[in-house]
Each structure stands twice: as structure tokens, then as C-alpha cells.
Design a protein around this ligand. Structure first.
Ligand code: ADP
Ligand code: MG
Length: 246
């Protein structure tokens, strides 16, 4: 579903992604783990082209892109990629001046030009799915972090993306509230949603991902099944990193 091949990215002189290749197969959850600053968020942002890589290739659903230093990515390609991805951020990023229902409807109405009634109906379905329908009229600021993140997940799912990109989806939450978000993500995974999730939370990765990619200093150190990464990592750097999960 997602194939990143030989992706390179600098921020100024900082070489953030060094020849990174990652596959996220359809219908499964792939976790990107690694220390803070290893390039997880940047890699995720390269998938939906919030950052443009300097080199390498991206295949995502029916999109095929190649990157070269200084080359502009055609707008159509960006649209094709964005149409197929939904993104969930660490800090939810709901629109503060829109209620819950409007947050979920927004993209459908403004980007996809759906009639409001139809968008509202779809938004209600998704809010029901994440257990937030009873809060449809609430303002984001009145919700707990876990509730806000569940609304953000509903919003990301609204345009029916083929893949859900999650950047530290539980990191801003207390354990109890993180659990309700994990619950929702787990249900989506069970329904076959393809996900690529950056997280430094090894417990989350172990509980939800089939495949795990360990990134360090912008390099993929090891990629394997979750079971292999957590129980018999091949690389000493991976072993050291996952040893913190006991
Ligand atoms: P992670 O998500 O694994 O913590 P990031 O992808 O956020 O890592 O960051 C990787 C490196 O790139 C870090 O050194 C970070 O400071 C740097 N970085 C990230 N975004 C930017 C940016 N927009 N401009 C400059 N440096 C950045
Ligand atoms: Mg990050």
C-alpha cells in the first residue's frame, strides 16, 4: 500500500533521512519506532508530502512519485497522495472555533464539495464509530484529550483514506485517555485499515503493530515483524532500544 524507497531529506545541513526504505503493507499496522529526533515524524510527513523528499520514490495506492533535489512535485500528484491519506497528530489539531460535528464535516464540505447534509450524515457515522456521537455539538476545548483525539481520528477518516498516518497519537495523553484512543485504533486495525504510525511508545507499537521499523539517526536499523523486533532483535542497537520495554 505504501512503499518508500531510498528516501533522502535534509533540513539545512542536518541530514534527517538517509536512504530510508519502508514498506507498509495493505491491511496491516506498521509502527515506526526510534528515539526522539530519529526522523519518524519527518518520514511520516514525507508520506503525505507535508515534507517533500529530495530523493527516492514513493508508491501509495495508485500514486507513483520520484523525487529529485530541487524538483517540484506536480500538484496533481500531491492531490492524488493526499486524497488517499488521513493524518492524526500528537496534538489533535482540531479547529477550535468549530464544534465536533463541523470538525469532522469540514474537509468533506470544503475540499470534497459534499452537500452539508450528506457530510453531516457521514460525520455522525464516524463519530459513532469512535464513540463520540453524543458530543457532536460540543466545542473541542470542552473535551478531554482522549475525546479530542477520537474526534481527530474521525475527521481523518472522513474522506475514506486508504491509509491512516498517525504521529505519536497517544503521546500527549495520560495513560487512561491514551487507552481509549488505542482502543479505537485497534478496532480500526481489526477492520483492516492500513496504518503507518510513528511512536516512541513501545507498548503501543507492541500492542497494535504487525510490522515494526526501528529508525535511528535517520537510518532504518531494522525492520521486521513486531514479534521478531521485540523478542529477538537482530541488531544490537535495536536490542538496546527495545530493552526499555519490559
Ligand atoms: P522524531 O519524530 O523521530 O522525533 P523528527 O522527524 O521530528 O524526529 O526530527 C528529526 C530531526 O529533524 C530532528 O533533529 C529535528 O530537530 C529535525 N527537524 C524536524 N523538523 C524540522 C524542520 N522543519 N526544520 C529543521 N529541522 C527539523
Ligand atoms: Mg516525532
Amino acid at each position: 500500500m505504501i512503499r518508500l524507497s531510498h528516501i533522502g531529506k535534509h533540513f539545512g545541513t542536518l541530514h534527517v533521512l538517509k536512504d530510508v526504505s519502508v514498506d507498509a503493507p495493505e491491511g496491516s499496522v506498521t509502527a515506526l519506532i526510534g528515539p526522539s529526533g530519529s526522523g519518524k515524524s519527518t518520514l511520516l510527513r514525507c508520506v503525505n508530502l507535508l515534507e517533500i523528499p529530495e530523493s527516492g520514490d514513493l508508491e501509495l495506492g495508485d500514486a507513483r512519485l520520484s523525487f529529485a533535489p530541487g524538483a517540484r512535485v506536480p500538484f496533481d500528484d500531491i492531490q492524488r497522495v493526499r486524497r488517499q491519506t488521513g493524518m492524526v497528530f500528537q496534538n489533535f489539531q482540531l479547529f477550535p472555533h468549530r464544534n465536533v460535528l463541523e470538525n469532522v464535516m469540514e474537509g468533506l464540505v470544503t475540499v470534497q464539495r459534499w452537500p452539508r447534509e450528506r457530510a453531516a450524515e457521514r460525520a455522525r457515522e464516524l463519530l459513532d464509530k469512535v464513540g463520540m456521537l453524543q458530543k457532536a455539538d460540543a466545542w473541542p476545548a470542552t473535551l478531554s484529550g482522549g475525546q479530542q483525539q477520537r474526534v481527530a481520528i474521525a475527521r481523518a477518516l472522513a474522506p475514506s483514506p486508504r491509509v491512516l498516518l498517525c504521529d505519536e497519537p497517544t503521546s500527549a495523553l495520560d495513560p487512561g485517555l491514551a487507552a481509549e484512543v488505542v482502543d479505537v485504533l485497534r478496532r480500526l486495525a481489526a477492520e483492516g485499515m492500513t496504518m503507518l504510525m510513528a511512536t516512541h511508545d513501545l507498548r503501543l507499537a507492541a500492542s497494535i503493530a504487525q510490522r515494526v521499523v526501528f529508525l535511528e539517526n535517520g537510518v532504518v536499523v531494522e525492520a521486521n515483524s513486531a514479534a521478531a523486533i521485540f523478542t529477538q532483535p537482530a541488531d544490537t542497537r535495536t536490542r538496546k532500544f527495545v530493552a526499555t520495554l519490559t
